[in-house]
Design a protein around this ligand. Structure first.
Ligand SMILES: Nc1ncnc2c1ncn2[C@@H]1O[C@H](COP(=O)(O)OP(=O)(O)OP(=O)(O)O)[C@@H](O)[C@H]1O
Length: 229
């Protein structure tokens, strides 16, 4: 399973004119691969994630998620595809303050219409995978910033997605915590055979990813295997 964008173009209205956010972007990310996308502010990184997440329909070009062409799908079918196949990690964890760590994950299963009871074991395993063993009963204020980001990642993985989209995961973290979060993302990408795209400003963490692409003015100008560190 993979994520495939082909010649994607996206414009936004801008007064009497338009702004081109994505200008013929093509990229393929295979299962088990992690691609980092870097680039200056306004270069189109968030737009790329929004299109890959099927939250934004492109003006033209194709978006295939887990082998499925998204062009002909209705809004309802896209929502279902997102729930089943796509995990999204936003910059801010946006955890619900009254819920425990385990409940943050169970509530997403409830939204999928699945009984939380059947998923307690998976939630326990996922929390262990992200290094939160023994912290399932803690509420967000009882966790560190890095731990909250780990809950965010575990929550994105609860529905067993094949695609993981990550927006600036290290923005609020110091160097050590940031390094461990990117390590964790690389680990879960391999372990769960995810097709992962991580948008980041922080070039210091790029040694841990498989491929790096640079966005400039809506174009993906470079896509290469990451240099070994
Ligand atoms: N909703 C919108 N309406 C109009 N223009 C937009 C909208 N969203 C983004 N843009 C424009 O599209 C271009 C790409 O923006 P985008 O947010 O994708 O870049 P970015 O690389 O993610 O920037 P940043 O790192 O600052 O988040 C920019 O010129 C931006 O001003």
């Amino acid at each position: 399973m993979s994520l495939h964008l082909s010649d994607v173009r996206l414009t936004y209205p801008d007064g009497d004119s338009t702004v081109t956010a994505l200008d013929g972007v093509s990229v393929e990310v295979d299962a088990g691969d992690m691609l980092a996308v870097i680039g200056p502010s306004g270069s189109g990184k968030s737009s790329l994630l929004a299109v890959a997440a099927t939250l934004q329909r492109p003006d033209s070009g194709a978006v295939r998620v887990a082998g499925q062409d998204t062009a002909g799908l209705s809004g309802k079918q896209l929502s279902r595809l997102r729930l089943e196949e796509i995990g999204i990690v936003f910059q801010q964890p946006n955890l619900i303050s009254s819920l425990t760590t385990a409940e943050q994950l169970l509530v997403t299963q409830h939204m999928r219409g699945r009984s939380p009871r059947q998923h307690r074991e998976r939630v326990r395993e996922l929390l262990a995978t992200v290094g939160l063993d023994g912290k399932q009963h803690r509420k967000p204020h009882q966790l560190s910033g890095g731990e909250r980001q780990r809950v965010n990642i575990a929550r994105a993985l609860t529905g067993k997605p094949s695609v993981l989209l990550v927006d600036e995961p290290t923005a609020a973290l110091d160097h050590d915590r940031g390094t461990r979060i990117v390590e964790l993302l690389a680990e879960v990408t391999r372990e769960f055979r995810l097709a992962t795209i991580m948008v980041t400003h922080d070039t210091e963490y790029l040694g841990q990813v498989d491929r790096i692409a640079a966005m400039r003015d809506g174009a993906l100008s470079h896509d290469t295997a990451a240099a070994p560190v």
